[in-house]
Design a protein around this ligand. Structure first.
Ligand SMILES: [Zn+2]
Length: 75
């Protein structure tokens, strides 16, 4: 995949992008996995439980489910 970026970026656009990045950074706080207790930034919600990716995959595999559907953001 190739991102198409404008050749020129106004100061305002740059500033807005910077703010968005800062906001995203502030929102990405770590959570503790309810199974192994590991603190992770990426987690999956499974039946109301917070699971790290490792535990999530483990449970999915144990149940013989298919690929987990993990919501990824754009970018
Ligand atoms: Zn875990």
């Amino acid at each position: 995949m190739r991102d198409e970026e404008p050749e020129e970026e106004t100061a305002e656009e740059r500033r807005r992008r910077w703010i968005e990045r800062e906001v995203a950074k502030a929102e990405s706080k770590t959570v503790r996995c309810s199974k192994c207790g590991k603190e992770v930034e990426e987690f999956a919600d499974r039946a109301g439980r917070i699971l790290c990716m490792d535990c999530y995959m483990e449970e999915e595999t144990a149940e013989g489910g298919g690929m987990p559907e993990i919501g990824g953001g754009a970018g």
